[in-house]
Design a protein around this ligand. Structure first.
Ligand SMILES: Cc1cc2nc3c(=O)[nH]c(=O)nc-3n(C[C@H](O)[C@H](O)[C@H](O)COP(=O)(O)OP(=O)(O)OC[C@H]3O[C@@H](n4cnc5c(N)ncnc54)[C@H](O)[C@@H]3O)c2cc1C
Length: 415
């Protein structure tokens, strides 16, 4: 069959229907590529709308090529945050070191991107919303794979059958739980918990982060621009995950307040702001590690399958690259590739990239938050000796996968 015959064949056939659960980063990115390969895509999101604003996230290395191929790189460049300075403080608020953030993140100045999460989600959504069906305020209730497809019932009462279903629901994915069982089996707890929220920028901070540390505790103020708000971040070591606090906002606030009760610098004001914040997000720092990312006609992508934790700064990049590789593996070089072969190709081509990036935690992420006085002093000495110049190389893990070109577009879009 020639390529022209193949394309004619694809267009003549009814489009295969797929459902993606989750509309943050992995979900819309996967929707984009599956739509481009000729699938009829529905995305279901439990929230009522896209989540706007949000903390800054990085897009680096291989993931930059994904957004370039999607045509949204120029738009993302316009929203680049351009963080210029990261200042570390000791327990009394005295300066330890002031460096360029890329010196510790391994980002590359002028190439890598740092954007508000909402700006990336918005760019991804804008790229697909005319071609893909979005169901907000709804979610999957049950999945049944006993027939020829996946029979889905929705919480909102709907029932439909899809050829494939994808879980892009983040770290605490319900689709993963329905298919593979409880999260504990796959969650690798990294020994910290954190709270993030926004608060007024009464500090005059601009394009910079200030981070206060004592052993086992970090408090940071993150000003993404010159505006009135800063992102507050409180991170602390905790030997066991505080399971009681996860479902209870007040318990989360009390735990954080107790841990930071005697802290100096701006921390008392941060604790007061946390009580008033309407966007407090509290979680354990951990990774998701799974032996397989699919079961039958259902596959996982992004944090749901392989969350690397914010310590790596690579969650967004893995979600973007994973979505590209999953869609491309299903399309493959043959339009008729079955889901099992596609899912196997996805794992085969992407797992090494995931493993290398999850491994960054051992290499330095967690050492930013030492738990003993001695380790903190060693970290501070290392920071003092770091160059103030931004990195020109980046970490090899960020670019450890060269993106393949998959088949040409089945849906007639120009690249
Ligand atoms: C504080 C913090 C800082 C971070 N910093 C960075 C950073 O600097 N760099 C970086 O690359 N990454 C960072 N990350 C990680 C990054 O946010 C994630 O890795 C990335 O968002 C993963 O995208 P995702 O689409 O897989 O999942 P998520 O962004 O978690 O999105 C999941 C989506 O699914 C929806 N959903 C959940 N359950 C259901 C359901 N049952 N049905 C329907 N919809 C559902 C959610 O509402 C959400 O929209 C950070 C994360 C946090 C929390």
């Amino acid at each position: 069959m020639t390529r022209i015959d193949l394309m004619t064949d694809i267009r003549a056939k009814p489009r295969r229907k797929v459902l993606i659960s989750g509309a943050s980063i992995a979900g819309p990115a996967l929707a984009f590529w599956l739509n481009r390969y000729g699938y009829e895509v529905t995305v279901v999101e439990k929230a009522g709308t896209l989540r706007a604003g949000g903390y800054p996230i990085d897009v680096r290395g291989t993931a930059l090529e994904v957004v370039r191929r999607m045509g949204i790189l120029p738009r993302l460049r316009d929203t680049h945050i351009d963080l210029r300075r990261l200042t570390f403080l000791d327990g009394d608020g005295g300066e330890v070191a002031s460096i360029h953030p890329h010196s510790v993140t391994g980002g590359v100045a002028g190439r890598d991107l740092e954007v508000r999460r909402g700006d990336l989600t918005d760019a991804l959504y804008s790229a697909v919303r005319d071609d893909v069906e979005f169901l907000f305020n709804d979610s999957i209730d049950t999945l049944d794979q006993s027939g020829h497809g996946v029979d889905v019932t929705f919480r909102g009462g709907g029932k439909r059958t899809f050829d494939m279903v994808f879980g892009a629901e983040g770290m605490h994915s319900r689709t993963r739980e329905m298919l593979f069982g409880p999260e504990e089996q796959f969650h690798r707890y990294l020994g910290y918990c954190f709270a993030v929220f926004t608060m007024p920028n009464t500090f005059g901070l601009s394009h910079e982060t200030m981070m206060w540390n004592t052993p086992g505790r970090a408090a940071a103020l993150y000003a993404v621009g010159d505006n009135d708000e800063v992102h507050a971040f409180l991170n602390f070591a905790q030997p066991e995950p505080p399971f009681d606090a996860f479902p209870n906002l007040e318990a989360q606030q009390n735990l954080v307040a107790e841990i930071f009760a005697d802290a100096g610098w701006e921390v008392p004001g941060m604790l007061a702001a946390m009580r008033d914040a309407d966007d407090l997000f509290f979680d354990a720092v951990g990774q998701i590690r799974m032996p397989r990312w699919s079961s039958g006609r259902v596959a996982l992508v992004g944090d749901a399958a392989y969350a690397p934790s914010f310590l790596t700064g690579q969650g967004t990049s893995l979600a973007l690259v994973g979505a590209y590789m999953l869609a491309g593996s299903l399309a493959g070089s043959l339009a008729e590739r079955d889901h099992a072969a596609g899912f196997a190709a996805y794992e085969h081509s992407t797992r090494e990239f995931v493993t290398v990036n999850q491994g960054l935690v051992g290499e330095g992420g967690a050492t930013l938050f030492p738990t003993t006085a001695e380790a903190l002093e060693q970290r501070n000495n290392r920071l003092r000796s770091l160059s103030t110049m931004p990195s020109a190389e980046g970490r090899p893990a960020h670019s450890a996968l060269t993106l393949p070109e998959f088949m040409p577009m089945a849906s007639g879009h120009a690249r």
